[in-house]
Design a protein around this ligand. Sequence first.
Ligand code: HEC
Length: 245
Amino acid sequence: MKATWFNWRMAGGIAAVALMFNASTVLAAGEAEVAEHLIDLVKIGRGVMSEQMGNINDASKTNKGFTGDYMAAQVIERFKKKTKIDLRIPNAVPQAGLYLALVEAEKDVVDEAQPVINRAGIGFKGFIPAVFARKTGENFYKKTGVKLKLTGIDYRNVNNRPDDFEAEVLRMFSDPRHPKGQTYVRNTMLDGRPVLRMMDPEYAAASCLSCHGAPKGGKDITGGHKEGWKEGDLAGAISVVLPLK
Ligand code: HEC
């Protein structure tokens, strides 16, 4: 396993920096960029999860070596590759506290799933990228008050249900006139408070169709009902709600 620099002391360091984040004191400028980076961080973690599916669901192994530390190190490394932002030197990064709180949420979710991941003798375990994303969003919200979720029109998990704003933007995304892949961002109010909202559309890839594809209503490996999507259909969106003051 790579990336062992991310030891428990570093994890403690992250927790300390994450605690310094206070939603009411930041985000004067560049909020849209901050929201984009949060989306990057969760997508990167979900990508790591996708790569690990074969390992996680390998019934012949017990210890999978897929730990929270591994997740955190991979997310930080790949985030740096993508954005040039190095979260290992947080003092140089204006929103490091917020970003590291998300990395820490991703780490926590993988750590909490260790008994599932390492369970002997069973194959498919239900710890999939979408579940990882939902739990990460829930954990991150508790830490920071920033909402981050995967949502969709025909959602499976009630916690992913779109609110009115999200439902409207999802309808817009599903309109063929909406340019594919274009995010939607807007300053608005939520519960009487100014917020920045960003939504990033996601589309069905071939790899999604075993669960979300045809036949519509048929059962998938998770026991859920397939949506009947075709490749390229709108699958949903990642939604961020960033408090501004
Ligand atoms: C192994 C089956 C499986 C695969 C493969 C899969 N999903 Fe899902 N997906 C699920 C399940 C189960 C949920 C509900 C997760 C939860 O509990 O939050 C879900 C949730 C979602 C959601 C959130 C809305 C909702 O339904 O609750 C989106 C969006 C989504 N999936 C898109 C995708 C995309 C895009 C892909 C391919 C890149 C994909 N899924 C691959 C099973 C799968």
